[in-house]
Design a protein around this ligand. Structure first.
Ligand SMILES: [Zn+2]
Ligand SMILES: [Zn+2]
Length: 319
């Protein structure tokens, strides 16, 4: 099969690889659609030093083994593959497993391929009313819900979300759907307008009114976003960080110590609640899709996804 592979020198190419074989307890999944995420673009710049088949956002159909009770089911999957046995797994933190592998990110082949394997325990069935183009957003929406969970409960004062890209929009929508007042700040008027139907107040950065926030979510994928978050968080407030930066961030500890600010990291989130939100038709996923490429155009698709202002780029893996 031809899969989008990241090599030792971060060179991405379509590589002819053997179809993966599911191990014990695993399923073989025929990938339908996959999504390109900011993390994939960071891998190209050296994040995690990943080598292998890229991609972690997908929807597909279980194609094996023949004995699987999942056979023929349309599925999405939890991307962290954990051991189930270490101290962290046993204490209910499988996404932080000591020996975890993450499809397309860390030590395990991913979804930019016609086929991938995952433990059956990682699979979630996609309800019939959720079309493939929606289901492929389950993983990024789950990551957005993790940010929502990290926001301290204070429903009367607005939360500031920084970044009007894919993740910032999903976070601001999810916050608004949980009855939180949201201010979204970004650089693209056409992206900001996608949040307004959810009741989100939106601002271009130069128009953000003065004032501070008890909670700020940084989802801009660029270090100036954290500068803005630390400048706008209220004393005793919380900054939730969704973005990883390839370059180290020069943190002045006084920015945390003096105002007694909490800085919280947030990564993956709950897939089931994300899927339920999609099933209720509450997420305007179509507005997030910039373009769909065939897997054979995968290299071009990754280049396209790096253009400024591009929202979600999908790969059709059925060719
Ligand atoms: Zn992602
Ligand atoms: Zn473990």
């Amino acid at each position: 099969m031809l899969a989008l592979h990241c090599g030792a020198d971060r060179q991405v190419s379509l590589k002819d690889l053997p179809q993966p074989r599911p191990g014990p307890g695993e399923a073989l999944i025929r990938v339908t659609l996959a999504g390109i995420c900011g993390t994939d673009l960071q891998i190209l710049r050296g994040y995690h030093d990943f080598k292998g088949v890229m991609g972690h956002e997908f929807v597909g159909v279980v194609a094996g083994p023949p004995s699987s009770s999942w056979l023929g089911k349309r599925v999405v999957g939890e991307i962290n593959v954990s051991c189930g046995d270490c101290d962290l797994c046993r204490s209910g933190l499988p996404r932080h497993c000591r020996t975890r592998r993450v499809i397309g990110i860390r030590d395990r082949d991913g979804a930019f391929a016609p086929y991938l394997t995952l433990p059956e325990a990682n699979l979630l069935a996609v309800p019939p009313q959720v079309e493939d183009e929606a289901a492929v957003f389950t993983e990024p929406l789950a990551a957005a819900l993790a940010a929502v969970d990290a926001v301290p409960l204070s429903r009367n004062s607005p939360v500031l979300v920084i970044g009007d890209g894919r993740l910032g929009l999903l976070i601001s929508w999810a916050l608004a759907l949980s009855d939180t007042r949201v201010h979204l700040v970004g650089h693209h008027a056409e992206h900001l307008s996608l949040a307004q139907p959810y009741g989100v107040a939106t601002f271009l950065e130069q128009d953000l009114p003065p004032g501070d926030y008890a909670a700020v979510v940084e989802a801009s994928a660029a270090a100036p976003g954290l500068d803005l978050a630390l400048a706008r968080v209220r004393p005793k407030g919380t900054v939730i960080m969704k973005s990883t930066y390839v370059q180290p961030y020069p943190l002045d500890s006084a920015n945390l110590v003096v105002p007694e600010v909490r800085l919280i990291g947030s990564r993956c989130g709950p897939m089931g609640p994300a899927l339920r939100l999609l099933a209720r038709g509450l997420i305007n996923h179509r507005a997030l899709i910039d373009r769909t490429f065939s897997l054979s155009q995968g290299v071009e698709a990754l280049e396209w996804a790096q253009r400024p202002g591009v929202l979600k780029v999908l790969l059709d893996c059925r060719d």
